[in-house]
Unconditional design. Sequence first.
Length: 220
Amino acid sequence: MAPVKVFGPVVSPNVARVVLCLEEVGVEYEIVNVEFATGEHKSPEHLQRNPFGQLPALQDGDLMLFESRAISRHVLRKYKGSQVNQLGESNLEEAALVDVWLEVEANQYDPAIAPIIYQQILVPMQALGGTPDEVAIGESVGKPRKVLGVYEARLGKRRYLAGDAISLADLRHFPHTHYVMGMSYVAVFDELPGVRAWWQDLMAHLAVRKVTTMMDGCSG
Ligand code: GS8
């Protein structure tokens, strides 16, 4: 069977989210680079994969998928054997809590953090090599603090977001958090011992360590 293909550079957080899940389940896959710098993500060829001209896309046999969060679910559902599936597999309450924190990631965490990542990491990579918009960054920095206060209340009481075992809800947070940890905004995290302990546990996870190396070693 042809290996799974991921389209996009791992430096992109949404691409890294998918690669992390592939690493987690241990499936063979190939990364096909799609160049941001030349606008290849808007090419007719890539629009066939993702009609919104965004990264990532994933090809799994005859199936072509886009939207990193949907892809991450697909990968964990189809390729079993991952420790992160443990929560929610046989317990409806745990499954519901995983779903809650998946929604929180998509609807609270991502909108609070993504604008900063976009300006700092992605804008310099765009076709013309843009300059980060400091006004946009300034408007964004208060948001993570508010959202992370809720995380601190949660993670002060349990090791992972949905319970005492790691789940997809935790993995989904990895790419953006990894980038923020390398920026000056990391000070926000320093004030939150529960969140910091959670992040250290995540960083000890094998697949997370591997994708961290891939993101840091990728020039985009
Ligand atoms: C967002 C994809 C996205 O914005 C997902 O897959 O989760 N909800 C989607 N991708 C960015 C790359 S940054 O990781 C992208 O392709 N941006 C270029 C553009 O929007 O034109």
